[in-house]
Design a protein around this ligand. Sequence first.
Ligand code: UTP
Length: 297
Amino acid sequence: MGKKVTKAIIPAAGLGTRFLPATKAMPKEMLPILNKPTIQYIVEEAVESGIEDIIIVTGKGKRAIEDHFDNNFELEDNLFKKEKYELLEEVRASSKVEIHYIRQKEAKGLGHAIWCARKFIGNEPFAVLLGDDIVQSKKPCLRQLIEQYDQSQASIIGVQQVPEEETHRYGIIDPSSKIGKRYRVKSFVEKPKKGTAPSSLAILGRYILTPEIFPFLGQHNIGKGGEIQLTDAIQQLNGIQNVFAYEFEGRRYDVGEMLGFIRTTMEFALENQKYGPEVEIMMTELLSNRKIMSYES
Ligand code: UTP
């Protein structure tokens, strides 16, 4: 029996420049979709996938993340006294998981953030979840990858098809063969130039990696955008052992950039049991008001 995947890294030390000025003093991971910070969706997916220990890589100005997953006795006491039990449960839910923190002193790139957590991981396979992608699926996305890992004991990277004109924004795989939803991979390319992507299969923020990746990350090679890239180290790892890609099932929401964030907020609001019906009326009204205004002008 090989080792089980029980640890996960959630890197959250990036600068979040795409959401400035909101992210000047507030971590982008704390921006909410409705009433839940994006990072909480990610932590919940990890827990539902069977992860026992989570390490969040934080940086300057990320204190709010630690506070969010901590107990807040004053608030809990206040909600209890006012008999707001439902809210109390929701507040407590975010402090039930065991979370560890480590700081990345300088935002040198995603690969460097993962490397910072190497001592916590030790010699075990581990998961990585990025907060830029929220995935809704019957079986949690990370669980799908862990099940694949359990079969092969090899690193496995979550991918999905993206529109061809967007491939330059992602890490892209060059697949060599496919069995079911699983690909053997010739190479992993970080943000290929427009028109040069080897496929439209993009790496979407979910990884299971073996610890043999750490020596490659430790080389601190500078890649695209002047950052130490995780994709580059995965490409090196694929040179010494198989790294597979797996086309996971589920609807993926891109919350790492403005338009994706707005769309996700609208979709979640429409699907929300309590607010959905009113939001739908609101949106229809807004659109017809705009039409009337454009006729008038
Ligand atoms: P992104 O590039 O999406 O995040 O990195 P960012 O740098 O925060 O955002 P922009 O591009 O400036 O708007 C993907 C993930 O890697 C983490 C980020 O927090 C994010 O979860 N990251 C990135 C780090 O932890 N450290 C880094 O040095 C860079």
